[in-house]
Design a protein around this ligand. Structure first.
Ligand SMILES: *[C@@H]1O[C@H](CO)[C@@H](O)[C@H](O)[C@H]1NC(C)=O
Ligand SMILES: *[C@@H]1O[C@H](CO)[C@@H](O)[C@H](O)[C@H]1NC(C)=O
Length: 316
């Protein structure tokens, strides 16, 4: 099984080469694509020692609403520069002004390769913060855990692909993350359903610490019924992850954000892999059947006709 990584591999290898102080700087002009139509442009527009890294991300508008600018400033502060035309966020690395040690330089490269992950982390961090506030408030007011939810928190919607979105809803005892996903064809939908059913069952059987996973087709889950402009259609499925306080412990949050972001990519990757596997089995079956058919041909039978002692029949 392929392990998808949270950082962009190509971006990382390009930058690792670039910050290597033992080699002379080179001119770079490269476009790098990531999942969900995220595009990076790595270039050296002025001099070979100044590398501009720009990112285009479709849902930047949504992310800005949920605090992406502050988060990116926090993570990349000294490197942030005016945004390059056609992109949404730019960083400038000055090779003549790099951190002193190799470890620090590696850390910088790692951090920049996580640009997409960090931009998308903004709404999650915000939801977790709201969860903290709401749960403290709830304990102070002695809210009955089983009472229906009193406060209506906003649902954050991130339209990260043309027809697919992530919805995040914090509450005082959980954070709900909902993915809407479009199945381009019928087979994908069937596979998707089986996979997701497996998520639900696995939790029931053994992995009780995993977040609760729910799946619904066409019908949007209750949490997001009130979201405006929700497209209702047969080929849209909704996957709901319910994160409970134990998933939201301070030391787990970062991993939790990374994992959940990559869910869709994993999911669709596995659907494609299963289809490829099925197809290879089918092709195998077809060649096996063809062999059987070939063996059954009458002229082959004729040749095989022999006497009991092993001599061939002479038909004449
Ligand atoms: C992101 O960049 C694209 C391309 O330049 C632009 O059309 C879009 O308006 C930008 N989004 C935001 C929120 O700045
Ligand atoms: C990615 O961008 C291309 C061109 O801008 C567009 O045709 C395509 O539909 C986009 N894909 C997604 C998943 O948004």
């Amino acid at each position: 099984m392929l392990l998808l990584q949270y950082h962009n591999l190509l971006l990382k290898s390009l930058l690792t080469e670039a910050v290597d102080t033992t080699t002379p700087p080179i001119a770079i002009d490269q476009l790098v694509s990531d999942f969900d139509n995220v595009t990076f442009h790595i270039s050296t527009p002025e001099t070979k020692t100044k590398i501009l890294v720009s990112m285009y991300i479709k849902c930047y508008n949504d992310l800005l609403k949920y605090g992406a600018a502050e988060l990116l400033q926090r993570e990349y502060g000294p490197y942030v520069v005016d945004t390059e035309q056609g992109y949404n966020f730019s960083l400038l690395i000055d090779l003549e002004n790099l951190p002193a040690t190799v470890e620090e330089r590696e850390a910088l490269v790692d951090k920049i390769s996580l640009l997409k992950r960090n931009a998308l982390a903004a709404p999650f961090e915000r939801a977790f913060k709201q969860f903290d506030e709401l749960s403290t408030e709830a304990t102070q007011n002695n809210v009955d855990l089983y009472a229906p939810e009193a406060s209506q928190t906003e649902v954050m919607a991130i339209h990260y692909r043309a027809e697919e979105s992530i919805f995040i809803k914090p509450s005082y005892d959980r954070v709900t993350v909902i993915f809407s996903t479009v199945f381009k064809d019928e087979t994908d939908r069937v596979f998707g359903k089986i996979f997701l059913q497996e998520f639900v069952d696995a939790r029931r059987r053994a992995i009780q610490n995993a977040p609760q996973v729910l799946y619904s087709q066409k019908e949007p889950p209750l949490e997001i019924r009130n979201v405006p402009n929700l497209k209702i259609s047969d080929d849209i499925g909704y996957v709901t992850f319910v994160l409970f306080p134990r998933h939201l412990a301070a030391q787990r949050r970062e991993t939790c954000i990374s994992h959940i972001q990559i869910f869709r990519d994993y999911f669709h990757y596995h659907i494609k892999c299963s289809k490829a596997y099925m197809h290879s089995r089918m092709r195998y079956r077809v060649t096996e059947f063809l062999k059987v058919l070939n063996r059954a041909k009458p002229e082959n039978l004729e040749k095989e006709r022999k006497t009991a002692s092993g001599r061939r029949f002479d038909k004449r």
